[in-house]
Ligand binder design. Structure first.
Ligand code: AMP
Ligand code: GLY
Length: 431
């Protein structure tokens, strides 16, 4: 089977790494890929994974490539091509592709759509309103005494959510998005949610239009600094499983969210084939959905795929074919921890081109894998080239050991200004 993966981050490196282990895969490309992806080899024939210089939003070029190489399955990593309708575009030409179509991808590409859907179909979420009128938005924020999350409707590079503690902040946030158009057209409408307190966790479910199968629990660390301080980022580290939701509670949460979600999709003619990734707040009144994403999380993928025993090609195939009810997702009993090493200053401005050392040493460590993201090759050196640079991932029989192994590996990697959190998975261990 010939596979094309779309994307260039740590998530896509993890997808390529896992797909390359499948005996079904004879050839693989990644557009545009990254330094780490280019070093992966296929288990079946030791063939190299080839990176192709096409960006994720060049849909006609991606389709032409898939057709020319007779790709059997294209796997979409990031949200942007999904929101642009890459799945519909490929399918129109009879090209097989994994991911939600444009209508289904609205769960991520429109927060207004998601909020309306959750309210209509009884999915537990925050008390919220959707607005395009400034005065109405302010009135609603006043009713919440300013304690709220103000969210731009559309995709805004992960920056479109403003958390407010006072009415002043809420008014400023509303003006920023609706009046000053800080996020352009993505902010033509906003969702205002009550501020929810609790522990935040990530859920993932693979779906095929009729069936949704939950993954184990995971927790991301969104803030840049230790102790959940500093600015929101794409994610500074993850671990799985999390002790904050046991097996029974996970199954119960799945029932409360996925049953009405699947029923709602059926009623509204939404054929969702891909990953549904709800961000959940565990509040004292039960779990509530903060948002839906319509793709694998980054860096959740890095820990999930180091725990997945099943053949990922077979899982994605079943998702495309509508046969997920016929397969069992198998997970190993390991815990997995991913610590993100970022460029100094991220998520603000940061320097690029800093040489990275120690990767060769870490490559020899057992049960550890470094997933590459924002870096580049300069001659025979690997240098930093983005915000999140590496996802250092280790697994072991328990969380304490996995965490120690991940930090041991992090300690062996150096680049100028390297920034990482020292408390990934610490809360889970009562530290
Ligand atoms: P979102 O992209 O909607 O998940 O929002 C980004 C981050 O903002 C989330 O991961 C939460 O940490 C935080 N957040 C979003 N909505 C709320 C809310 N209603 N209450 C508290 N925090 C929130
Ligand atoms: N882990 C955060 C995200 O993928 O959006």
């Amino acid at each position: 089977m010939k596979i094309l993966v779309i994307g260039s981050g740590g998530r896509e490196h993890a997808l390529v790494w896992k797909l390359a282990q499948s005996p079904h895969v004879t050839q693989m490309w990644c557009a545009p890929g990254n330094v780490g992806i280019a070093e992966e080899r296929l288990a079946k024939n030791s063939g190299a994974v080839e990176c192709v210089n096409i960006s994720t939003d060049q849909l006609p070029a991606l389709l032409a490539f898939a057709q020319e190489k007779k790709v059997d399955l294209t796997v979409v990593g990031p949200d942007n091509p999904l929101a642009l309708g890459i799945v519909d575009f490929f399918q129109k030409s009879g090209q097989r592709i994994w991911g939600p179509n444009q209508k289904a991808a609205q769960f991520e590409s429109s927060k207004v759509f998601s909020q309306d859907f959750m309210e209509k179909h009884g999915i537990p979420t925050a008390c919220a309103g959707t607005f395009s009128d400034v005065k109405e938005a302010r009135r609603f924020a006043e009713s919440l005494e300013g304690k709220c999350a103000v969210k731009a409707d559309g995709l805004a590079l992960g920056k479109g959510v403003l958390i407010c503690a006072t009415l002043e902040e809420a008014k400023k946030a509303i003006d920023e998005i609706l009046v000053n158009k800080a996020f352009g057209i993505a902010g033509a409408k906003i969702v205002i949610q009550e501020f929810l307190e609790g522990m935040e966790i990530s859920l993932h479910a693979i779906c095929d239009g009729k069936t949704a199968k939950l993954f184990p629990t995971a927790q991301d660390h969104k803030r840049a600094l230790e102790g959940d301080q500093g600015l929101n980022t794409g994610g500074m580290g993850t671990y799985s499983p999390t002790p904050f939701l046991n097996e029974t509670e996970l199954a119960e949460t799945g029932r409360k969210i996925l049953f009405p979600w699947l029923k709602g999709c059926a009623e509204e003619g939404i054929d969702f084939r891909g990953i549904l990734y709800p961000g959940i707040m565990l509040t004292k009144n039960g779990p509530k959905v903060l948002e839906f994403n319509a793709r694998f999380g980054d860096p959740e993928t890095q820990i999930y795929l180091t725990r997945l025993e099943s053949d990922l090609v077979e899982v994605l195939d079943a998702s495309v074919n509508g046969t997920l009810d016929k397969i069992d997702l198998k997970w190993n009993s390991n815990a997995s921890v991913c610590v993100v090493m970022a460029s100094g200053g991220y998520p603000g401005d940061y320097a690029k081109g800093k040489p990275i050392s120690g990767l060769d040493v870490v490559a020899k460590l057992p049960n550890t894998k470094v997933f590459h993201a924002g870096n580049a090759r300069h001659g025979n050196r690997i240098v930093t080239n983005g915000g999140r640079v590496l996802g250092v991932t280790s697994w072991a029989s328990d969380l304490k050991k996995a965490r120690a192994a991940a930090y041991l590996a992090v300690g062996k990697i150096q680049f100028d200004g390297a920034q990482f959190r020292r408390d990934i998975a610490a809360k889970a261990l009562g530290q």
